[in-house]
Design a protein around this ligand. Structure first.
Ligand SMILES: Nc1ccn([C@@H]2O[C@H](COP(=O)(O)OP(=O)(O)OP(=O)(O)O)[C@@H](O)[C@H]2O)c(=O)n1
Ligand SMILES: C[C@](O)(CO)[C@H](O)COP(=O)(O)O
Length: 418
């Protein structure tokens, strides 16, 4: 699926909030000057990657919902506000059945998870584009046990347990099929992924956020106020750790490998042709020609990925993202870079630094370098100061000098941290 995939969000907000209690459904409770639901809608409305929003809510609150969103200027992407059903699943199914033809990807996000970040949403979108189904999740922190009649029966292995959140993102056809099957066979799930699992499809995990809480009981309001009040940020500033510092899939290093440093190099060339965009380091550079390739042909990002994979002895991009696979046609190389970053993280590596050179007679690279660095640093979840990008010409010599193509090379240093 290409990066232009049309993405819709369904926000179920039709629950009665039995566990919270109180006089109004919790999604209409006030959190820092706006309702919990409005805060949730804003998180999606603010993102360019989101094209339309369907909200499902309680019949008596339809008008209130519309008015608040209108007053906050949040209606522009809202396609419709519908009345919900008996269960969360029923509410979502109502919206699914009304999705327009041209939607490619669907995210489902609880109306009562107002602290979802753009990063988590983007990660879910990219993984859903790549794999068809993806959910945000965080590793559990407690030991989880099973019990019957107040007696423990089993202790589960925490290393394979995750607390699953929303957004949950799916290719539309997959989600529609999973929901249709659930109603045909008459089963219910507590999330959307389980319905997709039941039709035999794989659902991938992306890193969620411990702040992305579902406001369920009164204590969650207290956590919510703490998040809004900046407590989490303050704690981070004094060196406390959050999920960003924790690996999702830790893998034990072989004895003696801890702290091992490794280097990798990457080199790539693409031809310049008319009628294509020129993308380098995730930045679209205005130029009369662009690079030809199966993906977006971002030669710089390809060289960096090859260097990273090489350093970790994981092969090369051709092995992981073959140009014979339609799934990668037109894909953003930055999406692939995120995948490569996760592969290194799961092997226990962190990236010490990246140094890369773009070899192009034209256009000038220098004005775009800082944008390239910030896009790549975000994709690899590393500090910008650890990335260096340079541009050079070949004094009009060779294929780069004649403007027939652009080359890039990269060197990286990685280090085992476990
Ligand atoms: N029939 C329902 C039930 C739930 N939801 C929505 O699904 C999300 C997650 O559900 P939950 O936290 O369980 O909300 P409630 O069902 O309202 O809570 P409770 O189970 O305590 O009644 C919420 O945004 C909720 O409004 C919905 O759209 N339709
Ligand atoms: C979808 C969900 O938020 C994932 O954690 C959760 O399963 C919703 O459950 P609820 O019982 O409707 O709160």
């Amino acid at each position: 699926m290409t990066k232009e995939a049309k993405t819709a969000v369904i926000i179920p907000a039709a629950g009665s909030g039995k566990r919270m209690g109180g006089g109004i459904p919790k999604q209409y409770g006030n959190l820092g000057g706006m309702s919990i639901l409005a805060r949730t809608v804003k998180a999606f409305a603010d993102l360019n990657e989101i094209h339309q929003i369907s909200i499902v809510t309680n019949e008596d609150y339809l008008e209130r919902c519309r008015l608040e969103l209108k007053n906050l200027g949040l209606m522009s992407k809202v396609r419709e506000i519908l009345t919900g059903g008996q269960e969360r699943q029923d509410s979502i199914y109502r919206a699914i059945q009304r999705l327009p033809e041209d939607v490619d990807l669907v995210l489902v996000h609880d109306g009562v998870r107002p602290f979802v970040t753009g990063e988590v949403i983007r990660r879910t979108i990219e993984a859903a584009k790549l794999h068809g189904a993806a959910v945000a999740a965080v590793p559990v922190k407690d030991t989880i046990k099973m019990a019957e009649e107040n007696l423990l029966t089993k202790t589960l292995d925490r290393r394979s347990l995750y607390s699953v959140q929303t957004p949950q993102g799916f290719r539309k056809d997959l989600l529609v099929h999973a929901y249709d099957e659930a109603y045909r066979k008459n089963y219910y799930g507590t999330d959307d992924a389980v319905l997709v699992e039941k039709v035999g499809e794989k659902v991938h995990i992306v890193k969620g956020d411990y702040n992305n809480i579902k406001i369920t009981t009164m204590e969650d309001i207290v956590f919510g106020e703490a998040i809004l009040g900046g407590w989490i940020e303050n704690s981070r500033s004094i060196g406390f750790s959050s999920l960003d510092d924790i690996k999702m899939e830790p893998e034990e290093a072989a004895p003696g490998e801890e702290g091992e440093t490794r280097i990798g190099t990457g080199y790539d060339v693409h031809k310049l042709v008319r009628g294509r965009k020129l993308i380098l380091g995730g930045v679209e550079i205005p130029f009369e020609r662009g690079l030809l390739g199966h993906s977006d042909a971002d030669v710089l990002t390809h060289a960096v990925m090859d260097a990273l994979l090489g350093a970790a002895a994981l092969g090369d991009i051709g092995k992981h993202f073959p140009d014979t696979d339609e799934k990668y046609r037109g894909i953003s190389s930055i999406t692939l870079l995120e995948v490569v970053g996760s592969m290194l993280t799961s092997k226990g590596y962190c990236i010490v630094n990246i140094d890369a050179t773009v070899v192009a007679q034209k256009p000038k690279i220098a004005p775009h370098i800082s944008d390239m660095i910030s896009i790549m640093a975000r994709a690899l979840k590393m500090e910008e100061k650890r990335i260096n990008i340079k541009g050079t010409t070949t004094e009009k010599l060779g294929f780069c000098g004649r403007g027939e193509g652009i080359a890039a090379q990269a060197s990286v240093l990685i280090k085992r941290r476990i």
